[in-house]
Design a protein around this ligand. Structure first.
Ligand SMILES: Cc1cc2nc3c(=O)[nH]c(=O)nc-3n(C[C@H](O)[C@H](O)[C@H](O)COP(=O)(O)OP(=O)(O)OC[C@H]3O[C@@H](n4cnc5c(N)ncnc54)[C@H](O)[C@@H]3O)c2cc1C
Length: 296
């Protein structure tokens, strides 16, 4: 029987009730995330390309003092200022819900993954996928002046995000790459597993630091990763677990294959659609909730 690990409720609350409109999430953040329970301003220190389509931003803040070291790979909420706002208004998470200073003038809220965190230097990095289809998150990431501030809350969830199988399977796209890279780089050297990444073209391929027995597959053509998964010789004796993130329909397709092929149950998979084609985050929020509710 495969190992059964409970996927933490708060991860779903954190993301799916996302963007802080519900009362529930304020409670969850306050009760279950004892790290940085209130949104804080953080300052953009620098930015650099880590691949042609990934832009890494470094942030510094004294608020990071309360965070432990091993949070790379966990998720967070960022609060971006709207055009008329110098600084993003920050909500407060209270026992009776999330309270904005002015409910008619909120910040833009988006979810991201902590790529690196240095608790001595109080410096965090987050990687943004560069794409043609701009949104407020990406626009800020590309254009904000060094020294600009945005809001940060989190991290949500706790490590390991992926259930504790003996053989780990990671599947994702460019938006998953920061998280997968961070999670895999902290695994013990004798870890077993495989990573399937589907990215726009070969220039997006990175030299990942993975345990020696890990295999990494890159796919550039539509659905190529699904074929790679279908023919991969997954071990039959090991307990398997999977981390599946990325675009909504891709995530659902991968889940279907892993369930069909390997019989993985929901408790052996961490599944989270990060974004959806042709929908911005505001349009996708409630659909994501529905999609994941249907899965679980
Ligand atoms: C838990 C979690 C962690 C995430 N971590 C990261 C991360 O580390 N790095 C990261 O870049 N993203 C990450 N994402 C995805 C990110 O939140 C979305 O891409 C978000 O839509 C970006 O906001 P935006 O304002 O730039 O675009 P939006 O205003 O939300 O969308 C504008 C348009 O861009 C399209 N779009 C959105 N994302 C993508 C994409 N990746 N590729 C192509 N088109 C896209 C939308 O379909 C829409 O048409 C994460 C999401 C979640 C839920």
């Amino acid at each position: 029987m495969r190992m059964i690990i409970i996927v933490k409720k708060y991860i779903f609350n954190y993301i799916l009730k996302a963007l802080l409109n519900s009362k529930q999430i304020g409670n969850d953040m306050a009760e279950e995330n004892s790290l940085l329970t209130q949104a804080q301003l953080i300052k953009l220190e620098s930015r650099r390309l880590t691949s042609p389509k990934l832009l890494r931003l470094y942030f510094v803040s004294d608020a990071f003092e309360s965070l432990p070291e091993n949070i790379a790979g966990l998720h967070c909420s960022l609060f971006f200022p709207k055009a008329h706002q110098d600084l993003p208004p920050l909500p407060r998470f209270t026992s009776y819900g999330t309270v904005w200073p002015n409910p008619d003038d909120k910040a833009v809220v988006r979810s991201y993954t902590i790529r690196t965190f240095n608790c001595q230097q109080l410096r965090m990095s987050i990687e943004f996928v560069l794409r043609d289809d701009m949104g407020p998150g990406l626009t800020w990431a590309k254009t904000a002046a060094i020294g600009s501030q945005l809001g940060f809350a989190g991290p949500g969830g706790e490590l390991p995000l992926i259930p504790n199988g003996d053989f780990k399977i990671y599947v994702g796209d460019l938006s998953s790459l920061p998280g997968i890279t961070a999670l895999v780089s902290s695994l013990p050297a004798d870890s077993l597993g495989v990573i399937f990444l589907y990215v726009p073209d070969e220039s997006c391929r990175l030299d990942l630091k993975v345990p020696p027995l890990f295999r990494v597959f890159w796919a550039y053509a539509k659905h190529e990763h699904l074929n790679q998964i279908k023919v991969f010789p997954f071990p039959s004796q090991e307990k398997l677990s999977a981390y599946i993130t990325g675009e909504s329909s891709d995530v659902l397709a991968v889940r279907k294959i892993l369930r069909g092929l390997l019989g993985l149950s929901k408790k052996e998979m961490f599944i989270l659609p990060f974004w959806r084609r042709k929908k911005n985050e505001e349009e996708y929020q409630s659909l994501r909730l529905q999609e994941v509710n249907d899965l679980f």
